[in-house]
Design a protein. Structure first.
Length: 242
């Protein structure tokens, strides 16, 4: 109803709470039908799913690198700008010397000459130590390849889901979509009448999960460094605690 009043549709591509991976193409089509600019937050998507951003038609996407991309907190963000906007130098932006044409950047003269593509949205100096962490991580991603990672991820999360379903209890329910195409590696498990102490007990067993109020535990078996045995151990401990 309010589509015509909306300038920007900005939405998480992988929902942080449920782990649902949304249909980006459909979101882009709906947004564009109302002339909204469509942007996707891929904080939980980058390094986790294959968003196929160009084909989706979204106008832009942005993500942090400290989750699946392993850079550590306080590190760089990433941005995707769709090719259809790459050469539009009139788009408003934070202008500074890091998005100015590299050839003439240090001449310090008018007029401002913005670079094409995502480079034209860069801001200021990148932090070198954080970049080193990203480089080391992305080299691993390059070596393994996203296709192989996704293949393992679907199996690993599928195995996790299978084990959770074996816990015969009405108190727990997976709220992440069942279809592997509609999720990344994370499963969000709703636990009736539980509180954060469940998460703390898992932590005491050296199992790193995340608690979200009021009653959801988020578990992300990251394929790059999580084994099937790790997943088995998590579910065994969870079962005992429940
Ligand atoms: C982690 C996260 C971000 C990244 O935020 P920062 O300001 O880079 O820490 C953005 N959106 C969501 C939904 C996130 O979970």
């Amino acid at each position: 109803m309010q589509g015509d009043e909306i300038a920007l549709l900005l939405i998480g591509g992988v929902n942080y709470y449920t782990g649902q991976f949304l249909d980006l193409k459909k979101i882009a089509e709906i947004g564009h039908s109302k002339k909204c600019v469509v942007g996707i937050d891929l904080a939980h998507g980058a390094g986790n799913i294959q968003p196929d951003l160009h084909a989706s038609g979204v106008d832009f996407a942005a993500w942090c690198t400290y989750k699946y991309l392993n850079s550590g907190p306080g590190s760089l963000g990433g941005v995707f700008v769709h090719e259809k906007h790459a050469k539009d130098k009139d788009l408003p932006r934070f202008a500074g010397w890091w998005n100015h044409n590299k050839e003439t950047r240090f001449n310090m003269r008018q007029p401002f000459d913005v670079m094409e593509g995502a480079e034209g949205w860069q801001l200021s100096n990148p932090p070198i130590l954080s970049m080193a962490a990203i480089k080391a991580s992305l080299d691993l991603f390059d070596t393994v390849g996203m296709d192989a990672l996704r293949e393992k991820s679907e199996k690993l999360t599928g195995y996790f889901e299978f084990l959770i379903e074996q816990i015969a209890s009405d108190d727990i329910q997976i709220i992440t979509p069942v279809n592997p195409k509609e999720r990344g590696c994370q499963l969000s498990i709703q636990v009736k009448n539980a509180d954060k102490s469940l998460h703390e007990k898992l932590t005491a067993h050296h199992i790193i999960t995340d608690w979200r109020e009021p009653d959801v535990i988020r578990c992300a078996p990251v394929p790059l460094y999580t084994s099937f045995e790790d997943v088995y151990r998590l579910v065994s401990v969870l079962k005992k605690l429940l």
